[in-house]
Write a protein that binds this ligand. Structure first.
Ligand SMILES: Nc1ncnc2c1ncn2[C@@H]1O[C@H](COP(=O)(O)OP(=O)(O)OP(=O)(O)O)[C@@H](O)[C@H]1O
Ligand SMILES: [Mg+2]
Length: 594
């Protein structure tokens, strides 16, 4: 059968169905969502490849739409386009008559987007996840209103009984409910769901579709669900069928079989494969208007009546994110253990490896000038002092290197490890600056504790002969801070947490050889690499602050140029600022794909 013929038969049969009375989109029932000639293309080498093309679509208010089609046909791409994650190459998207392409996207609180991946923190409970979502995305007047909203969201998704359960023990269906719950905190007018039923058993699948159906009955809300499954289609108001980036059907589910001349919905996919996409699309273009007109409409009033929540301010978001970071930290026993182990063991390592020399440092630091006279052989004294210079320099470099290692361990996974959740939250209105500030505040506490303990513990045993301990401590604090900030930058730009960890470890690995503290570099190489090596500036700054007698011997054993202390402070501060700037650029940049 030819496309036209088949379409004619289908449309005439479908128009006989009594309940689906055609009615034109009037001013009162205009489509809440309208896509006009949308094209979304990507560049592949020199060619432009269209992932979506000639998409024309009108969806009425208060509607539940299924988006189906073979794998790779562009369903998720279309959803991301509507959500504002993808930018159309050409064409326009209208929402309540407003051109989103020209007048800007919908407010973050107006859209709920449930992606294919999990957007909840595994170690937190259901309630804690919902609470965090409310704090981040919906402004509430007082504690009572806050609790009421949390209760209401849990009730509407059937999660009340599971509120105290950690996410990691939830079943697949329960997780999907939670994903929906997290989006409902703002009462969105547009709820976009990507495969929230995939991988579920038939019963759970039906329950979730019923839940979405219920949610679409909320005044003026449009719920669109991408699905592979052609079961439970009756619960939808319309089905959109995509094939290779083109719309080949958008109409009531009960007319689907008629249109495609198949006995049951499951046969639509094999049927699609029998003809070219172009033919299906042409056939659809002829009959589209009649099917559009037949879509059910429940609300006669204009959709503006529905109000979504307002997004909280930056300070409130910062606080919510900061508190959640600590909550996550204290839930993760492994992380607590690792941080404690590093905190205690690293300074201990410095002392143990230098234990043989500790007595020497003490002896000389107590009585350097008079003891010198006790040595009969001048050469022996000189050797001793030179050894001592090497020892002090080595001790400090060891401290510095271990602090850079702590820095990389602090932040390498911090952003990359939760990137998709953050992208999702950013789409939901979380400000990148609030997010980054919460990370900086959290990491600052770790950096402060680590550097302070490293300084105090090592000093109490080794008595490193610094003229004043404050600059010594500050230079250790800054090197830890610099490496933490730079690795946070790496984390914000990396595709995965593993990639970020690896790059950060390489960066630490290069600190020691390129600092010139152990092996001197050729002059030109030293000047080239030194500006980038945080460890060098911390070490050389501390060396510059040593008691004069020691500094003399340190200079004797080190071929490397020792920069002044003030320059050490300055360069380390620049490293921190640079790391934070890179982190900001990284968190601002969208990164949905790995
Ligand atoms: N950013 C991108 N760059 C290159 N190709 C892309 C990009 N995004 C999507 N694609 C390609 O576009 C096509 C449509 O992808 P999409 O994820 O929308 O498919 P889908 O219909 O959701 O498939 P599935 O049912 O398997 O989830 C696929 O071939 C995919 O590889
Ligand atoms: Mg998909």
């Amino acid at each position: 059968m030819l496309a036209g013929e088949q379409g004619e038969i289908a449309v005439s049969t479908f128009l006989l169905i009594p309940r689906l009375r055609p009615c034109r989109f009037s001013r009162k029932t205009f489509p809440v969502l309208e896509l006009k000639d949308i094209r979304f293309a990507i560049q592949k080498g020199k060619d432009e490849v269209a992932l979506l093309d000639q998409i024309d679509l009108r969806v009425p208010t208060g509607h539940f739409m299924a988006i189906v089609g073979p794998s790779g046909c562009g369903k998720s791409t279309l959803l991301k386009l509507i959500a504002g994650i993808n930018q159309e190459t050409s064409g326009s998207i209208f929402w309540n008559g407003r051109n989103l392409s020209e007048e800007g996207d919908l407010e973050a609180s107006e859209i709920g987007y449930v992606p294919q991946f999990s957007i909840a923190y595994e170690s937190l409970t259901v309630e804690e996840n919902v609470e965090a979502a409310v704090r981040l995305r919906a402004e509430t007047k007082n504690r009572k209103a806050f609790d009421r909203l949390v209760d209401q969201v849990l009730a509407s998704t059937g999660l009340e009984a599971l509120r105290d359960r950690p996410v990691k023990v939830l079943s697949g269906g329960q997780r999907r409910r939670l994903s929906l719950a997290l989006e409902l905190v703002t009462e969105p007018v547009l709820l976009l769901c990507d495969e929230v039923t995939s991988g579920l058993d038939p019963k759970s699948e039906q329950e979730i579709v019923e839940l979405m159906h219920q949610l679409s009955r909320h005044e003026h809300r449009l719920v669109a669900n991408v699905t592979h499954s052609l079961a439970n289609l009756d619960l939808y108001d319309s089905v959109l069928v995509l094939d290779a980036g083109r719309v080949v059907y958008h109409g009531p589910p009960r007319a689907l079989e008629h249109y495609f001349s198949v006995e049951k919905a499951e046969d639509v996919y094999p049927r699609l494969a029998k003809r070219k996409t172009e033919e299906w699309a042409e056939s659809w273009a002829k009959h589209r208007d009649a099917y559009d007109d037949a879509l059910p409409r429940r609300h006669a009033s204009t959709p503006e009546a529905s109000v979504s929540a307002t997004t909280p301010g930056a300070a409130a978001q910062f606080l919510a994110l900061f508190l959640r970071r600590w909550q996550l930290f204290f839930r993760d026993k492994g992380q607590i253990f690792l941080q404690l182990a590093i905190l205690v063991i690293f300074p201990f390592l410095v002392v143990v490896f230098e234990l043989d020399g500790v007595e020497q440092t003490r002896r000389l630091s107590e009585s350097l000038p008079s003891n010198l006279a006790e040595y009969n052989a001048e050469r022996e004294a000189m050797t001793f002092n030179l050894n001592l210079g090497g020892l002090v320099s080595g001790l400090v470099m060891f401290q510095v290197i271990l602090l850079t290692l702590m820095g990389s361990n602090n932040s390498a996974r911090e952003i990359a490890g939760e990137r998709l959740i953050f992208e999702k939250e950013k789409l939901g209105g979380v400000r990148p600056l609030a997010y980054l500030s919460s990370k900086v505040a959290f990491l600052s506490v770790l950096v402060l504790l680590q550097s302070l303990w490293m300084t105090v513990f090592v000093q109490s045993i080794c008595e490193i002969p610094s003229r004043s301990m404050l600059p010594h401590f500050l230079l250790l604090l800054l090197v830890n801070g610099a490496m933490t900030a730079i690795c946070l930058g790496i984390s914000s730009l990396s595709r995965t947490a593993d990639q970020a960890s690896l790059l950060s470890i390489y960066l630490v690995g290069f600190q020691l050889p390129l600092s010139g503290a152990v092996l001197a570099l050729p002059d030109w190489a030293g000047w080239l690499t030194r500006p980038f090596i945080s460890a060098y500036w911390s070490w050389s700054g501390i060396m510059d602050g040593m008691e004069k007698d020691y500094l003399r011997y340190i200079r004797e054993v080190t071929d490397t140029w020792l920069g002044p202390m003030w320059l050490g402070f300055l360069v380390l501060l620049i490293h921190i600022v640079l790391g934070l700037f890179i982190s900001y650029v990284g968190v601002k940049r969208p990164r949905w794909e790995n």
